[in-house]
Design a protein around this ligand. Structure first.
Ligand SMILES: Nc1ncnc2c1ncn2[C@@H]1O[C@H](COP(=O)(O)OP(=O)(O)OP(=O)(O)O)[C@@H](O)[C@H]1O
Length: 240
């Protein structure tokens, strides 16, 4: 179980995220939704222990990710920010280098991970020749190499074409259903993950304004995007 309690990171200038609370159980997929600049990336970085927080913490199985990053990081995979794998390495060499960060990753795991993200055929090609979608895939592979139980994903469809987005969504669906992995995923392309989402958490102007299960959302809205637009309009209008 992954818990986020009162997570707060305010940058000089006053922006960031404040008072975020979440509980993510095995197999749950929380969509972190909000307009540009709402604080989604900041929230994900703080959840992953990559930012020093001002207040609050994220806990994996009761252990603070923020204070003791190492043991929990063995169970958490991160794909946050622009993918920036070393351009002069091949996809395979990049994973080979990356695997040293974690114990127990062998050749079979690397090959299987390449297969999982559909990059086996391109494993010997240098990353500088990869398309944006291929870079996203190899970045996802590096996040999956240690078989995390929780994946924190920031805009996983960014820069991908329609086909690539569908494939990425199918990959994530497969990971969740076959491994029971949990996801916290920010995306402006809600439709692409609509059938994956179990909960939606709406952030607006650095604050968590609404969180609901898919079941509850579907009682009143046709889809998650309509729910999101409703929440944003309500809070843009100054509602409490
Ligand atoms: N290092 C920083 N120093 C100061 N302000 C920052 C810093 N990083 C981000 N911000 C500001 O914090 C706010 C939240 O940024 P963040 O990247 O978390 O938003 P986001 O919801 O992920 O946005 P987007 O959807 O555009 O990716 C923005 O106003 C941003 O300009």
């Amino acid at each position: 179980m992954f818990e986020v309690n009162d997570l707060t990171k305010v940058y000089p200038g006053g922006r960031g995220i404040q008072g975020l609370n979440l509980a993510v159980r095995a197999g749950e997929v929380v969509a972190l939704l909000g307009p540009n600049g709402a604080g989604k990336t900041t929230a994900l970085l703080a959840m992953g222990g990559c930012l020093r927080t001002d207040r609050g913490e994220a806990l994996w199985e009761g252990v603070s990710v923020t204070e003791r990053p190492y043991p929990s990081k063995l169970h958490i995979g991160l794909m946050i920010g622009e993918p920036a794998p070393y351009p002069y390495l091949t996809g395979y060499d990049y994973l080979k280098l990356y695997h040293k960060l974690y114990p127990g990753i062998d050749e079979v795991r690397i090959q299987h991970t390449l297969e999982l993200v559909g990059m086996t055929a391109h494993r010997r090609v240098k990353i500088k020749h990869y398309s944006t979608g291929m870079k996203q895939r190899i970045d996802l592979a590096s996040a999956l190499l240690h078989r995390p139980k929780l994946l924190l994903l920031d805009e996983p469809f960014s820069g991908m074409d329609i086909e690539g987005r569908r494939e990425m969504a199918a990959m994530l669906r497969c990971l969740v259903t076959e491994t029971g992995m949990s996801l916290v995923v920010s995306s402006h392309l809600v439709h692409d993950i609509e059938d994956l989402i179990t909960h939606a958490c709406i952030v607006y102007d650095g604050r968590q304004v609404e969180t609901a299960s898919l079941q509850r959302i579907r009682e009143s809205f046709e889809n998650v995007e309509d729910y999101y637009l409703h929440c944003v309009a309500k809070h843009r209008g100054g509602a409490a």
